[in-house]
Design a protein around this ligand. Structure first.
Ligand code: ATP
Length: 302
């Protein structure tokens, strides 16, 4: 993206934007109070730019620009509304926060925490695998983030390394709430959605899912971070689905992994969601697993 096209974008935004969400307590901001700096990435429905507050140099945000026409044409209206609602209503150190939202006739602009460290996916690709202690730290942050979402009655449904962002010192936050859904305690979400490697048996069998679907995905993630590949992976998607439904994960001998870690993975990858670890006390159940014995939870929360 060129500087000229950024300037054009900035002018179009400034001419016609309306504020739809503002998290600031004292000073109300307009979109013209931000300078666009560079493109951070492209998503399915728009792009994400880095921008800086003009009045507070060094205060950066990620600006997600969503094309309204694209949203309507791709039946994503409900997901976008959910994303805006969740981003603006939840405040937790392990969930990416929305600070401002603006709209013009054609576009929606979300200004979120800028996560300088990028996607966990890129780090995994580069490192191939994480050490057990590194994995434990990342997973602990996610347990707190997902636990908060669940407490507020949302199921996330799209846990994967691409949706986990790192800040400048390595704390992780969940982003992309497009598939999150508000669910009452006894309710089940029926839509078939997610990412093949991370789909749970109950989703594949169209039985509907509740918040334990996120703990299944967390089991897949721990395995992928430690081993470098998801547990049921196959190039052939149908075969992968068969593996998810009928096979148990197997741990390679050449990678060192504690028994406690294996035990947690196996308990999270329980195929029956009613027996899955986390079904009773949600994040508290995971926090009290042996793998986290002596883990400094209260320091992490602070
Ligand atoms: P979707 O499926 O909704 O299109 P996506 O992850 O493909 O999701 P976006 O969420 O629009 O797309 O993100 C596009 C790119 O911008 C990704 O590479 C992502 O890492 C980056 N990005 C998104 N949010 C932030 C942020 N808050 N800070 C830094 N980079 C971000």
């Amino acid at each position: 993206i060129t500087v000229d096209s950024l300037k054009n974008t900035a002018e179009n935004i400034n001419n016609s934007s309306k504020t739809i969400f503002d998290n600031s307590i004292n000073k109300k901001l307009k979109i013209s109070d931000f300078e666009l700096l560079k493109t951070l990435g492209k998503g399915a429905h728009g792009k994400v730019l880095l921008c800086e507050r003009r009045d507070v140099p060094g205060k950066y945000y990620a600006m997600k620009i969503i094309n309204k026409k694209h949203i309507i044409e791709n039946n994503q209206l409900e997901h976008t509304i959910a994303e805006k609602k969740i981003l603006s209503s939840l405040k937790n150190s392990f969930l990416v926060k929305l600070d401002y939202a603006f709209q013009t006739d054609n576009k929606i602009y979300f200004l979120m925490d800028f996560m300088k460290g990028g996607e966990l996916f890129q780090h995994l690709k580069k490192k191939k695998r994480f050490l057990e202690n590194e994995t434990k730290f990342i997973i602990a942050c996610l347990i707190l983030g997902l636990g908060h979402l669940h407490n507020k009655s949302y199921v996330y449904r799209d846990l994967k390394p691409e949706n986990i962002l790192l800040d400048d010192i390595g704390y992780v936050k969940l982003s992309d709430f497009g598939l999150a859904k508000e669910l009452n305690k006894e309710e089940l979400a029926k839509t078939f959605c997610g990412t093949p490697e991370y789909l749970s048996p109950e989703i594949l069998l169209n039985k509907g899912c509740n918040r334990t679907v996120d703990w299944w995905a967390l089991g897949i993630l721990i395995f992928e971070l430690m081993i470098g590949i998801p547990p049921f992976y196959s190039k052939n998607v149908q075969e992968m689905y068969q593996n998810i439904l009928f096979r148990q994960p197997s741990f390679p001998n050449n990678i060192s992994m504690s028994n406690e870690c294996k035990d947690l993975i196996l308990k999270l990858l329980e195929k029956n969601p009613e027996k899955r670890f986390g079904v009773d006390a949600d994040s508290l159940e995971l926090m009290s697993h042996e793998w986290f014995k002596d883990f400094p939870w209260s320091s992490l929360m602070h």
